[in-house]
Design a binder for this molecule. Structure first.
Ligand code: AMP
Length: 550
């Protein structure tokens, strides 16, 4: 018979995070840019104080444990207060991505059956347009002061600062079971309806712990964090919780995530750490490079940057290092994995490699962190070796990986062995570094072999005249599919197809070279900034490759 340990049995709760931050890091600043012209300086102590007032206000509004409270909001101190108040009181914070189409937003709010919607004024018009189609919503709360309240055609319109001012700051966080639901995010899939991922207090706290470990994201009280990843997408990669756990300073950029604004915040707030999707960093470097002569880059203290959500191009990793001395941590994950799953930290033997070799390693998606088990599998379900050669679909297991989508029975998203299929295709090298080569539906199948669209895109954006690139498979009578490269040149640059293939020919296998190159002014993106390949495939469905003999 096994013997039970004699340690305290304590549930893990989000309220413990804010209590810890407010007790031990009370004066650490939360700098919030409510708009491009207005900022507000708060602290972890104040976040707790106001979160408790908000929890009382929500209780007075009749919000019950388990009910969903939606937000359509930028990264601000108010959104942060909502994160802790809603989950802390036992309700569920549902962050809605305002970049989705109106029909998707109303679908999501109705599917979640949200009780209240808290919104930034910039999203007011979007809400007014759909308010009549949201039968479960009892009221709308504008995230502003009384003096800023707009006249809007919204039923039961309330003012956030009024709610806070009128409520008592005395609130006892309930002793919730750690498996209680805490937040809800919908995946912005490129096909079908969005699906809800319902996180728990336990999964959130464990995930925050992983982010704070040195071989996780190494977040600590010594960091000033510029949160350039939106709080409406996978809880801003869990950083609001992790920052509370370790007492890091947070800089919340609000609606302004253009290159110039990010640069200003970094200098002014001494940011040591930042996170964002590649598109955000493209804008950041566009600004730096265009203003190079006027900027004193030595003012930046940025030591680490996390790039994820899409593949971090090698050229971007190199630029961060050589221009700013910043180490790029590439991370891979998804809404269904909270999202951190693999993280690109170097192993001891890799520390002193020549930079070029190091960038190759950083261009991979990193190694599994403790808590996440990663495997690659053939289409027949056979587990493939981690030999850096075999390519298969990634499956994951772990305490912060989804078990079922919102509304389904627990375990419905898993196979018999408890694996969740990610839809991402990758190889894993002998050191355990994952390299994503595609989404299962984006991989290009040429003559029975697979060509990685991501690898080709990464090489293409390395060309100095290229702003952005996408590669899709186009029908070919002999090879089944061949790659078509679609390029957006940088502003003011002209580029030819021959220049592109010439640049790529020594950087990829010959048979991977795109058969055609087309130039466009812009590429379609999903609401989370990923290339919308379904639309590109539709757009170029009729494209006849110049290499096709028929
Ligand atoms: P989302 O659920 O919107 O966060 O999207 C998750 C998807 O983004 C993953 O399944 C990957 O396809 C993609 N993704 C995330 N991080 C990376 C990365 N570092 N490299 C390549 N693809 C990534």
């Amino acid at each position: 018979m096994t013997m039970l340990g004699l340690m305290q049995q304590q549930d893990l709760r989000i309220s413990q995070l804010i209590e810890h931050a407010a007790t031990h890091h009370a004066q650490v600043e939360i700098v919030s840019h409510v708009s491009d012209t207005r900022s507000y300086r708060s602290t972890w102590g104040e976040v707790r104080h106001r979160a408790k007032r908000l929890a009382n206000a929500l209780t007075d509004l009749g919000v019950l444990p388990g009910q969903r409270i939606a937000t359509l909001a930028w990264n601000t101190h108010r959104h942060l207060e909502l994160y802790f108040a809603v989950a802390g009181m036992g309700a569920v914070s549902h962050t809605v991505n305002p970049r989705l189409f109106a029909e998707q937003i109303s679908y999501i709010i109705n599917h979640a059956a949200d009780e209240y919607v808290f919104f930034d004024l910039g999203f007011a018009e979007q809400l007014v347009a759909i308010a009549g189609q949201l039968p479960t919503v009892k009221g709308f709360v504008a995230l502003c002061e009384r003096s800023e309240m707009p006249a809007l055609d919204l039923p039961n319109l309330l003012c956030y600062e009024d709610l806070i001012a009128q409520a008592s700051p005395d609130f006892e966080w309930p002793q919730l079971d750690e498996n209680t639901a805490s937040s809800l995010c919908y995946t912005s899939g490129t096909t079908g309806n969005p699906k809800g991922v319902l996180y728990s207090h336990r999964s959130t706290v464990l995930h925050a712990w992983a982010a704070c470990t040195v071989d996780g994201l190494g977040l600590s009280a010594r960091d000033s964090v510029l949160l350039a990843v939106p709080m409406f997408h996978v809880n801003a990669w869990g950083i609001p919780y992790a920052a509370a756990m370790c007492g890091a300073k947070l800089v919340l950029p609000g609606p302004g995530v253009g290159g110039e604004r990010l640069y200003e915040h970094m200098v002014k707030e001494g940011c040591t750490f930042s996170l964002g999707v590649p598109t955000v960093w493209l804008g950041f470097f566009q600004y730096i490079e265009s203003q190079r002569a006027q900027l004193d880059l030595t003012q930046l203290k940025l030591a680490r940057v996390v790039v994820g959500g899409s593949a971090a191009p090698r050229a971007m990793i190199e630029k961060f290092e050589t221009l700013l001395g910043t180490y790029v941590i590439q991370a891979w994950g998804m809404t269904e994995t909270s999202p951190l799953a693999t993280i690109g930290n170097l192993l001891p033997a890799q520390q002193d490699l020549p930079l070029a070799r190091r960038f190759d390693i950083q261009a991979r998606q990193g190694r599994a962190i403790f808590g996440i088990e990663v495997g690659i599998f053939s289409p027949e379900g056979e587990r493939l070796p981690h030999d850096g050669q075999r390519v298969g679909e990634i499956k994951v297991r772990g305490p912060w990986v989804v078990s079922a989508y919102y509304g389904d029975r627990a375990g419905a998203a898993l196979n018999d062995e408890g694996w969740f299929s990610t839809g991402d295709v990758a190889l894993i090298d002998t050191d355990g570094f994952v390299q994503i080569t595609d989404r299962t539906k984006d991989v290009i199948k040429s003559g029975g072999e697979w060509i990685s669209s991501i690898d080709l895109e990464n090489v293409a954006v390395g060309h100095p005249k290229v702003q952005e690139a996408a590669v899709i498979g186009v029908a070919h009578s002999k090879w089944q599919e061949r790659p078509l490269l679609i390029v957006v040149p940088k502003a003011g640059e002209s580029l030819t197809a021959a220049e592109m293939t010439d640049f790529m020919k020594d950087r990829v296998a010959r048979w991977w070279l795109p058969d055609d190159v087309v130039f466009v002014d812009g590429l379609p993106h999903t609401a989370t900034g990923k290339l919308l390949k379904t639309q590109l495939r539709e757009q170029f469905k009729g494209h006849r490759l110049s290499t096709d003999p028929i």
